[in-house]
Ligand binder design. Structure first.
Ligand code: FE2
Length: 239
């Protein structure tokens, strides 16, 4: 029987969801949904996301773009352009686009934290592990593992996780946060949704052996779990 990319992708997603280790169940997301996360915990999450992912995104994607099939390069360059220059924001809404790094600090400034709480923090092991797996995908692993380990394993989970967070902000945080303050999250709900489709087709096109399917599967669960551990290690922020 021919390899069914759709079944392959759905099975992995369902397995992650039923394990409870998806980003939608991350500690800070659950706390925000209940209105229980403190300002310090929210800035702590931002610190984790900065050191574990956002500070490095432009670099690991730029490395990876030199290793992928030529026909995929447009999409990845667009992804980098949005991350660094906000080009998709400009297309969608006109005016200025901001880098995702800027939007992250816009959020933490809205919570009253000085940037140095994040910039001068010593990254913890969970942040370094997250950053390291992303650079490992970019530099060392078979090129397609980034698709399943980072784009599907992390980025595709973002719209749903942030939709839950935004709902929590709207329900419980109106005294400390305005919708402008959490544009980091609303921008990602829109721009990452765009990168959500087509995993089943990519699987069918590029995962043409059992060995590749096994390595894509390993990358998916490792990428998702490393992002989850990174997000959950948000303790220890004060200012
Ligand atoms: Fe981003």
């Amino acid at each position: 029987m021919a390899f069914d990319g759709n079944a392959f992708v759905d099975e992995m997603k369902n397995e992650l969801i039923s394990s409870g280790r998806g980003l939608r169940n991350a500690t800070w997301i659950e706390k925000v949904a209940r209105g229980e996360a403190t300002k310090e915990e929210l800035v702590g999450w931002a610190r984790q996301h900065y050191w574990g992912v956002t500070y490095h995104t432009r670099r690991f994607l730029s490395v990876w773009v030199g290793r992928i099939p030529y026909e995929m390069t447009d999409d990845v360059i667009e992804n980098i352009a949005e991350e660094v220059l906000g080009t998709e924001q400009k297309n969608l809404w006109g005016g200025e686009g901001k880098s995702h790094l800027e939007w992250l600090f816009h959020f933490t400034r809205g919570l009253g934290a000085p940037d140095d709480v994040i910039k001068l923090a010593t990254p913890n092991a969970d942040a370094i592990l997250s950053e390291s797996i992303l650079f490992n995908f970019a530099h060392q692993r078979p090129w397609y593992e980034m698709i399943f380990g980072a784009l599907m394993g992390i980025e595709n989970q973002i719209p749903e996780a942030y939709t839950k967070a935004v709902k929590g902000f709207e329900e419980h945080y109106t005294d400390i946060l305005t919708p402008d303050d959490y544009k980091f999250h609303t921008v990602h709900i829109i721009v990452d949704e765009d990168h959500g489709g087509g995993m089943d087709e990519l699987a069918e096109k590029y995962l043409d052996t059992d060995e590749k399917r096994r390595s894509a599967r390993a990358a998916y669960f490792a990428g998702a779990e490393s992002a989850r551990r990174c997000w959950d290690a948000f303790d220890g922020v004060k200012w």
